[in-house]
Design a protein around this ligand. Structure first.
Ligand code: ADP
Ligand code: MG
Ligand code: ZN
Length: 618
């Protein structure tokens, strides 16, 4: 059974907005403009900010998908200032909360937070203020585990609600709700209680990263009703993207890259482990860069010190784990380097998004090796084994649930692998389809390594591969994800694949001779051509949404009967899987046709039917 949540998308990626929300005559409009200037010191609103505020002030539940740096905080801080009562903000990290509160206090807006690590007497004082008749706080920030575990806090919120002093609830970094997200936090699952307890208080959920699955998960878990979704394009035209094969001398390559392209400029090198951070930083220092490391094992003051030095440009390069960056606001980050493969496309997009916030060109370079993929996979497996499962109770369920989390994370990682191994399609396009956005790769203007490659492409007939893939999907009773099908096709013996092997015996490993990228391109092509359909499905166990591949019988019959031939273009070099060593640099205004045409032949007429853009579906 497929799951269809109630969503009204009002703002689309081209920026067009339903008229209702671009009407500037709400009773609060004048006040908003005044506060935006006088209190927040902004000259004007950024795209969509005012519309989002109008929607939430009108009492609707609202879901906002806006890239990092788009200005999401203002959409709740401003309403909080002009509404009676206290706005509740759920945010995942105390460090993020402290940063926000510091800014609010600087603007003379009274805000506070409660966290489990705070002194009890201090918490008492804040709670007393919240319960008083004339509470001075306009915003109360809490971490999600506080909501789940503190009856005192819930009691306090109930009292505010009863006195009509709880005008709005904000879920910041809302993708943390979803196990499909790259940053799942079990405590976010408990937030459904807010809608149950405070049904008439509008909820505003904000995130910079959400695929269709994540979005539906968030809406369902939070119990949002008739939610209005604002969504902005995730394309970042000023960023360039490259994937480089990771060699032993990777650090020399990084040094050279920085010296040649970003000498003395500011950047982040994302590393897999704490040890890696330290090693990379040390090496870069040896090469003469002003580098430092940043990771979770350092104590708070050490981390704060490094971050401060970096903001003041006393350090140029931070070598960090992904723990570094949420809420980081430095506008002039000129490069983001991934020393190892990221765990998901979403995570990758968000980490890259920390570069070039000032709109000036910036580079994103990823060093990829298959060995790193294996390393990350092991890290994922062991971290899931360590984690306490989000649901308590019956053991059997716990095991099944962590199995699902494992499957999700492995899928996310495999998508990242196929992104890295793809040396044909536009990187922007590959990222954006993942967020459900259409993108014409000519607009990349050669700002990614694949679009930059000048080379001959040869057309290959891949009909047989396509047929096998469709049959494989059929034989697995249409209940597996794209990444899983690919693994089976290539003969993987991973745990999950092994578990289901009996169902797929005949075609298991049928694509062993192919390069991973090839099989993946054919499979994705079948999805864009509607021969296979990716369906979002609610899992029976926990109501988590997963996406599975189904066969579109009508179109599949054409293919299987031999009426339809599928061809794709591949690089003509003898070793097509070899990745280019060229690094893309930001746009210089060249517009060249980098479009890869994909021809479909109709056997009956021997004529090409259409030349459509190769639009890969994630
Ligand atoms: P997000 O949460 O979407 O990543 P933030 O809310 O942290 O983004 O905002 C990013 C930066 O943009 C902040 O420094 C903020 O002060 C600034 N900003 C937000 N709205 C405006 C505006 N209307 N005019 C100018 N600067 C703004
Ligand atoms: Mg934010
Ligand atoms: Zn491109």
């Amino acid at each position: 059974r497929s799951y269809t949540p109630k969503l009204i998308e009002v703002s689309y990626i081209d920026g067009s907005i339903e008229r209702k929300w671009s009407n500037k005559n709400f009773s609060w409009t004048k006040k908003l403009e005044y506060y935006n200037k006088k209190v927040f010191g902004n000259l004007s609103f950024r795209p969509n900010q005012e519309e989002i505020i109008d929607a939430t002030m009108s009492g609707h539940d609202v879901f906002v998908l806006m890239p990092t740096g788009g200005g999401k905080s203002l959409t709740y801080q401003l309403p909080a200032c002009i509404c009676r009562g206290v706005t509740l903000v759920i945010s995942p990290l105390v460090s993020l909360i402290q940063d926000q509160i510091m800014h609010l206090l600087q603007a003379n807006i009274s805000a506070t937070y409660l966290s489990a690590t705070m002194e009890w007497s201090e918490q008492q004082e804040i709670l007393r203020e919240l319960n008083s008749d004339c509470c001075k706080f306009k915003l109360l920030y809490v971490t999600p585990e506080k909501v789940a575990k503190s009856d005192v806090l819930l009691g306090c919120l109930e009292s505010l609600y009863a006195r009509d002093l709880l005008p709005r609830i904000i879920i910041d970094e809302a993708h943390c709700v979803s196990q499909w997200g790259h940053d799942f936090r079990p405590d976010y699952l408990g937030l459904g209680i807010l809608k149950q307890k405070f049904p008439t208080t509008p909820i505003l959920a904000l995130t910079a990263t959400a695929t269709a699955c994540v979005k539906e998960d968030v809406v369902r878990t939070l119990g949002l009703s008739n939610c209005i979704v604002f969504r902005q394009s995730f394309n970042r035209p000023n960023l360039s993207y490259s994937v480089i094969p990771k060699a032993k001398k990777c650090l020399e390559d990084i040094d050279k890259f920085i010296k040649e392209n970003h000498f003395d400029e500011c950047g982040i090198v994302y590393c897999l482990s704490r040890m890696d951070c330290e090693k990379v930083a040390e090496k870069l220092q040896e090469y003469g860069h002003k580098a430092a490391f940043y990771h979770g094992s350092m104590d708070t003051s050490e981390r704060a010190y490094v971050q401060k030095q970096w903001s003041k440009d006393e350090i140029n390069i931070i070598c960090a784990t992904v723990a570094f960056g949420m809420g980081i606001n430095k506008p002039d980050v000129r490069f983001v380097i991934h020393h190892s493969i990221p765990k998901s496309i979403e995570g990758y997009h968000q980490e890259c998004g920390r570069a070039g916030r000032d709109g000036q060109p910036a580079s994103c370079v990823l060093y990829y090796s298959y060995a790193d993929y294996i390393r990350v996979k092991h890290m994922i497996i062991s971290s899931i084994m360590e984690q306490t499962p989000p649901t308590s109770g019956c053991n059997h369920n716990d095991v099944t649930n962590s199995g699902m989390v494992l499957e999700t994370n492995t899928d996310n990682l495999l998508q990242m692998v196929s992104y890295c191994e793809n040396d044909v399609d536009c990187r922007r396009l590959l990222q954006l389809v993942h967020f459900g956005e259409k993108f014409d790769s000519t607009n990349c203007q050669k700002t990614c390594d694949n679009c930059l490659k000048v080379r001959e492409l040869v057309e290959k007939d891949v009909t047989e591969i396509a047929k096998q893939l469709v049959e494989l999907v059929k034989s697995t009773r249409q209940q597996f994800s794209l990444a899983h099908i690919l693994e089976v096709f290539r003969g993987s013996l991973s745990q999950i694949v092994k578990k289901h092997r009996h169902e797929t015996l005949r075609l298991h490993g049928a694509g062993k001779h192919l390069l991973k990228g090839e099989a993946s391109r054919v499979l994705r092509h079948l999805v864009t051509e509607d021969v296979l359909v990716e369906e979002v499905k609610k899992s029976d166990l926990y109501g988590t949404v997963i996406s599975v591949l189904k066969v579109n019988e009508a179109k599949a019959t054409d293919l299987l009967s031999g009426r339809k031939i599928v061809t794709l273009r591949f690089p003509s070099s003898s070793k097509p899987s070899k990745l280019s060593k060229r690094v893309a640099t930001p746009a210089k205004g060249v517009l060249t046709d980098a479009k890869l045409n994909l021809l479909q032949w109709d056997n009956s007429t021997s004529q090409p039917l259409t030349g459509v853009d190769l639009n890969l579906s994630a």
